[in-house]
Design a protein around this ligand. Structure first.
Ligand SMILES: [Zn+2]
Length: 229
């Protein structure tokens, strides 16, 4: 079986996965997320929806149910095991959701602006009440323009945002340009700890799992934006 993200996250590889589906089970784990819970992508990108659904823990629960249902369908003899595994995982997701909410709650309203290199955090912002500004588009392939950098620098100066965040999948040059542009407007913004976006951490580390990656992001955002421990 091949599980994949879907929502055009895999780009042209999705065609290959569709071809394979006559010979083997391939399943987009976002298939069962209600379409009215999905966000639109940045204008001008190829996707129909923003594919970064893993940053909304509630949407990720849908994906987990889809995986369990697909496994059960192909291997009904172990249905009870998949059910038990799913229940345990959904309990972990509930706990994670509460943890992220608690960590971000102390950040004062005017500072609730998450500035990152590309627009991976729209779902995260919607669920946990943060405004989100990406310097480049939704895809890591798009280059940020000088106008993008100036637009975000103005936002930072306006809201006295203390930190911006470099992403593990994006080179940091764009962020450096932003810090310089903000400084020209008299805003002293520092680069917060790296967030996990389109990839989890190293296998075998806490951040190598979905739950660990979300927890680490919540900790780093809370620390960077001034939420108390
Ligand atoms: Zn992305």
């Amino acid at each position: 079986m091949i599980f994949y993200g879907g929502l055009q996250l895999e780009g042209r590889m999705a065609d290959l996965l569709a071809d394979l589906s006559t010979r083997q089970v391939t399943k987009a784990i976002t298939d069962d997320i209600p379409r009215d819970e999905l966000l639109a992508p940045e204008p001008g990108t190829a996707e129909q929806y923003d594919p970064h659904v893993w940053f909304d823990v509630g949407l990720w629960a849908h994906a987990s149910r889809t995986i369990a249902a697909t496994l059960t369908e192909r291997d009904p003899a172990h249905a009870a095991d998949y059910r038990a595994g799913l229940d345990r995982y959904l309990a972990q997701l509930d706990e994670l959701d509460a943890y992220v909410r608690d960590r971000l709650a102390p950040i004062p309203p005017e500072r609730r602006l998450l500035v990152t290199s590309h627009d991976a955090f729209e779902y995260f912002g919607r669920r946990y009440d943060l405004d989100v500004a990406g310097i480049q588009g939704i895809s890591t392939a798009a280059e940020a323009t000088t106008a993008d950098v100036e637009r975000v620098a103005a936002l930072i100066a306006d809201r006295h945002v203390p930190a911006v965040f470099v992403e593990s999948s994006v080179p940091p040059q764009t962020i450096d340009a932003l810090v310089a542009a903000a400084a020209q407007r008299g805003a002293h913004v520092r680069v917060g700890a790296e967030l996990f976006t389109d990839a989890a951490g190293e296998p075998g580390t806490p951040e190598g799992t979905y739950v660990g990656m979300l927890r680490a992001n919540a900790d780093r955002i809370a620390d960077g934006l001034g939420g108390a421990q």
